[in-house]
Design a protein around this ligand. Structure first.
Ligand SMILES: [Zn+2]
Length: 248
């Protein structure tokens, strides 16, 4: 029997029978931990809140053979108050689905956990638009997951800046107007290219601290989502739901 303790964010919650739960927790040190939580749904259980979707809790897991179970869980921070806002809830659920897609078991995930926690914190407040939080999170997640776009300059001639640059989601490279290849190429304004550089390359503390005008923000949001979907080649149910609710 192995016992591990770690803070983690509950990114998936399934009911098992009347009173138990099967949860997936994103932790910094161990990546995803799938664990059975006996009695978690009983109203008197202190695990009730700590093992609910979007709870960030201190966990003690016990591993017997190949399966984890939750021995103890204590809430550190709850994000389920986002439930009062359906658009924010659907975006938080999309983040959970992304975490499931991009993270693995037994794989250190400190920076990705930090990214999602920060995104949820910002989502709780009203200082940043959900669409902005979503786009920054998507692009930074790609950069952390081995899909860092190559944005330093035109891939052919090296030009750093022009009024418009052309981005290839397929290769993750940018080109100036003279070198733009044919194919699935997206024309981006200089401020959008700068924003993408900033999010991919800045220190973590700064990635959410910039502004774009409405037109550039729309373009930035579109390309960040498109890049993620192009690279993963899959559909996210929660994203479809978010789109309906946000009118995107
Ligand atoms: Zn060029």
């Amino acid at each position: 029997m192995i016992k591990i303790t770690a803070p983690g964010l509950v990114i998936r919650e399934q009911s098992v029978g009347e009173s138990d739960r099967l949860i997936t927790v994103l932790t910094a040190r161990y990546g995803l931990v799938r664990a059975f939580s006996r009695g978690a749904k009983k109203t008197k259980s202190k695990k009730l809140a700590a093992t609910a979707l979007l709870a960030y809790s201190d966990f003690t897991f016990v591993k017997t053979r190949d399966a984890y179970s939750v021995e103890d869980a204590l809430v550190k921070e709850v994000f389920f108050e986002l439930r009062n806002d359906v658009e924010k809830t659907s975006l938080a659920q999309y983040f959970c689905e992304l975490a499931n897609e991009f993270c693995e078991e037994e794989f250190e995930s400190e920076e990705i956990l930090r990214l999602f926690l920060n995104a949820l914190w910002l989502l709780k407040g009203d200082k940043k638009a959900p669409s902005f939080i979503k786009a920054v999170t998507e692009l930074r997640l790609m950069a952390l997951s081995g899909y860092m776009p190559a944005l330093v300059g035109c891939d052919t001639c090296g030009e750093y800046e022009s009024e418009y640059m052309y981005f290839s989601p397929e290769s993750g490279k940018i080109y100036c107007k003279d070198c733009s290849p044919v194919g699935d190429i997206h024309c981006l304004g200089a401020s959008v290219v700068q924003a993408m550089r900033y999010v991919s390359l800045s220190d973590f503390e700064r990635i959410f601290s910039f502004n774009l005008n409405d037109e550039s923000l729309a373009s930035f949001c579109e390309i960040c989502e498109y890049y993620l979907l192009n690279k993963t080649q899959r559909k996210f149910k929660t994203l479809d739901f978010y789109r309906v609710l946000s009118g995107m």
